[in-house]
Design a protein around this ligand. Structure first.
Ligand code: HMG
Length: 426
């Protein structure tokens, strides 16, 4: 049976679940999990964190038909913000029509640091460490043999002198962590190297810890959108494309804009990172550091026009040390639903999907910003939250939303007034 996702967002929640079941995208377990809200069991939550007194729920949605490297994925999103899923779905649809996203995984290794201080002879220490590099890599691997058995392990090690307010000798260790994000693997290895490095350098170790600036886990996603798809009117479409290019230049030149530009990208990235049980703080920290690599905070995407093909070309590169194993991934039942929806991707495939979602989200936001303005699409969907906030119950929500949209007034006060009016009349 051929899937048609057109109008999926207009179905009721029950119809959406039925649709997924009919097309074998949800097995019985996952269906029950979503339908009857079998979320994280309290006993599991209690093992995952400290001082647990409950669990915390957020909407679980997905973006259909995201085409990445020729594969089509249904991408789970956890987000509380209206219009994020709509925007990503809108962009993914248009980009699929234009051939989908293409991605490159530049590498998939994690970096950690041992910081040494009070090193008496820096040059001598660097030489000693360099000479014993193989031995140090072996020690690191012995500290975490299971990752070596899985085909990963310590790959490189080098020392760098850091001279600022204080003097340091920093030893960088690069590790192939396979399907894991690798924080525990790195930290175990680095701590095993502390004493040998103190002996080799004659200094003291300040700390040993993984770096979230994962420059050895960079991913690039690109897309080429047929300019004709941007508007029915040909010259308007070209104008929108040109303005999207300008908008990406604006975000390269002004950190105030770059921050909002990147926030929009993370609307999508965080939503998938959360849905797949990954560490969104780590991903955010690494990407924001990467956005500042030229000495000023810049937008993470670049848009340009390819004259020959009359396409709008978009590109994003960022560190994405995404995991499919480890941490809380195996513990949270809804995270398992996400992996089933995504058809059990590898860590590299998942990183490619997430980078693509970041680019899609940015495209939708920029297109709205340079054409209709953000309020039209965003506030239309925000009106639903406003209606709920005003206290609207089941059958009151839809007419209240319609009224707010027709008045173009999205204040809580007005929503409450209209609701009161409805209730008096009924
Ligand atoms: P539209 O052109 O009115 O959409 O755009 P449409 O009604 O023609 O529908 C086209 C397709 O979009 C649909 O296809 C869906 O795929 C999707 P169909 O299913 O009909 O065949 N779609 C939806 N999917 C799920 N739920 C919906 C829905 N509506 C459309 N309700 C749209 C409407 C909202 C998509 C557009 O206006 C848009 O993309 N706006 C941008 C919204 C946005 O970026 N929101 C993020 C929050 S704002 C923010 O925090 C970030 C920001 O500050 C970042 C920055 O500054 O860079 C903006």
């Amino acid at each position: 049976m051929k899937l048609s996702w057109t109008g999926f967002s207009k179905k009721s929640l029950q119809e959406r679940l039925k649709f997924l079941q009919d097309y074998h995208l949800l097995n019985e377990n996952n269906q029950a999990n979503l339908e009857y809200n079998h979320t994280l069991p309290l006993s599991t939550a209690d093992q995952m964190s400290e001082n647990v007194i409950g669990t915390f729920a957020l909407p679980y949605a997905f973006v259909p038909e995201v085409m990445v490297d020729g594969q089509v994925y249904q991408v789970p999103f956890v987000t509380e913000e209206p219009s994020v899923v709509a925007a990503a779905s809108f962009a993914a649809k248009m980009i699929k029509r234009s051939g989908g996203f293409k991605t490159t995984i530049h590498n998939r290794q994690m970096i950690g640091q041992v910081a040494l201080y009070h090193v008496p002879d820096i040059k001598n220490a660097i030489n000693n460490i360099q000479e014993k590099k193989q031995k140090l890599l072996e020690l690191a691997n012995q500290a975490h043999p299971s990752i070596v058995k899985r085909g990963g392990g310590a790959r490189h090690l080098h020392a760098e002198y850091l001279n600022g307010e204080a003097e340091f000798l920093i030893v960088y260790l690069t590790v192939d962590t396979q399907e894991a994000m690798g924080a525990n693997i790195l930290n175990t290895m680095l701590e095993a190297l502390k004493t040998p490095l103190e002996e080799l350098s004659g200094g003291k170790s300040l700390m040993a810890i993984l770096s979230n600036y994962a420059t050895e886990a960079l991913v690039t996603a690109t897309c080429e959108i047929d300019i004709r798809f941007l508007d029915r009117n040909k010259s308007e479409a070209l104008d929108i494309a040109k303005k999207i290019v300008l908008a990406s230049q604006f975000a390269k030149q002004d950190p105030y804009r770059a921050s909002t530009h990147n926030k929009g990208i993370f609307n999508g990235i965080d939503a998938v990172v959360l849905a797949t049980g990954n560490d969104w703080r780590a991903i955010e920290a690494g990407a924001h550091a990467y956005a500042s690599r030229n000495g000023t905070y810049q937008g993470l995407t670049t848009w340009s026009i390819k004259e020959a093909t009359q396409t709008l070309y978009g590109e994003i590169t960022l560190p994405l040390p995404i995991a499919t194993k480890g941490g809380s991934i195996g513990l949270n039942p809804t995270v398992q639903v996400s992996f089933d929806l995504l058809n059990q991707p590898t860590a590299k495939e998942l990183a490619s999907i997430i980078a693509s979602i970041g680019l899609a989200q940015n495209f939708a936001a920029l297109k709205a910003l340079v054409s209709t303005g953000i309020q039209q699409g965003h506030m239309k969907l925000q009106a639903k939250s406003l209606a709920l906030l005003a206290g609207a119950q089941d059958t009151e929500i839809s007419p209240l939303v319609s009224q707010l949209i027709s008045e173009k007034n999205f204040s809580l006060k007005r929503a409450q007034e209209i609701l009161e009016d409805f209730r008096q009349k009924s």
